[in-house]
Design a protein around this ligand. Sequence first.
Ligand code: NAD
Ligand code: DAU
Length: 332
Amino acid sequence: MTHVLVTGGAGFIGCNFVRHLVRETDVRVTVLDKLTYASSEASLADLPADRVRLVVGDIVDEGLVDGLVATADVVVHFAAESHNDNSLTGPRIFVQTNIVGTFTLLEAVRRHDVRFHHVSTDEVYGDLELDDPDRFTEHTAYNPSSPYSASKAASDHLVRAWVRSFKVRATISNCSNNYGPWQHVEKFIPRQITELIEGRAPRVYGAGANVRDWIHADDHSSAVWRIITAGRIGETYLIGADGEQSNLEVVRHLNVLFDRDPDDFVQVADRAGHDLRYAINSTRLRSELGWRPRHENFHDGLARTVTWYREHEDWWRPVKAATEATYAQKGH
Ligand code: NAD
Ligand code: DAU
């Protein structure tokens, strides 16, 4: 496997994955990215030019996709519209990119018989009660809540159908909430960190009881590469690091890291249809493929992430004010 095509490689998890490949392997990487508002060329700028090439383009562009897929040994598909709040105000682009884009890639890997890995989310399973003893597994029924998660569920179904009907050599992973460097400030953790750096209190949707299962983006990357190199074709693997935290627990801990009163936060308008709890059982990935997360202590990982945002103000500051202006319009 010498040439990897990474869609969405200028986004948060995609750029962490490209960095993982540069560090841990000797493959060549082509990134195909539309450079939407969620991306940043700067996230790839320091990587060696003889290992990483950026092609700016859209995954729904059949001609462009066909030419790139034809030269690749494997396609790793991260590109997506990824933010639930945006999917509530403008769902059309989620259908276009997440469903039609995945379809376009699947047709290209079918034509050229190229290995495909589809990066998906635990949100396709809907949500859990706070006291549900069961966590999501590969057998949990699909039950998405938002236009974003419905579009990701649809894309998963396309991949499964292309495996069964056309024998496309594909795997799927469904991962829980990622945190770490290079994440857009619209997302929960970087939004709160950058609010705190600016001297403002964290902003919590509703009562803050919602639980997310946090995993460091490095661990997501190592799991995806493990599935690509050792996973069974046609299988789905859930990726998680046993990192359940309520939103209140996260903001309280961030306040402590900034030497503030833990309970100094602002409650803002809740998200429509807000999923209560996600939780992953990653037994299959661990027992079958021997994968383990490296960042097992969430509080340590959060502290390192705070340091990263403090040291990379030049990266996030240009988009911070506009992001907050959009949130203000929505009452968040
Ligand atoms: P992101 O929004 O940070 O990045 C998405 C990238 O895709 C951006 O660089 C964007 O420019 C690119 N893109 C968007 N539309 C495109 C198009 N039509 N053509 C080409 N490129 C396009 O997203 P992320 O948080 O890094 O998520 C990456 C993937 O991982 C997504 O598929 C998402 O569903 C999945 N995922 C995310 C999380 C999470 O916690 N963030 C968890 C599980 C799964
Ligand atoms: O579970 C995986 C999913 O995690 C991915 O598929 C999505 O792409 C990714 O965006 C993420 O979805 P969430 O909706 O869980 O992430 P978000 O960062 O938007 O919000 C996390 C939680 O924090 C959620 O309960 C909403 C809440 N929240 C969010 C923001 C932005 C707040 O309380 N305050 C905020 O300011």
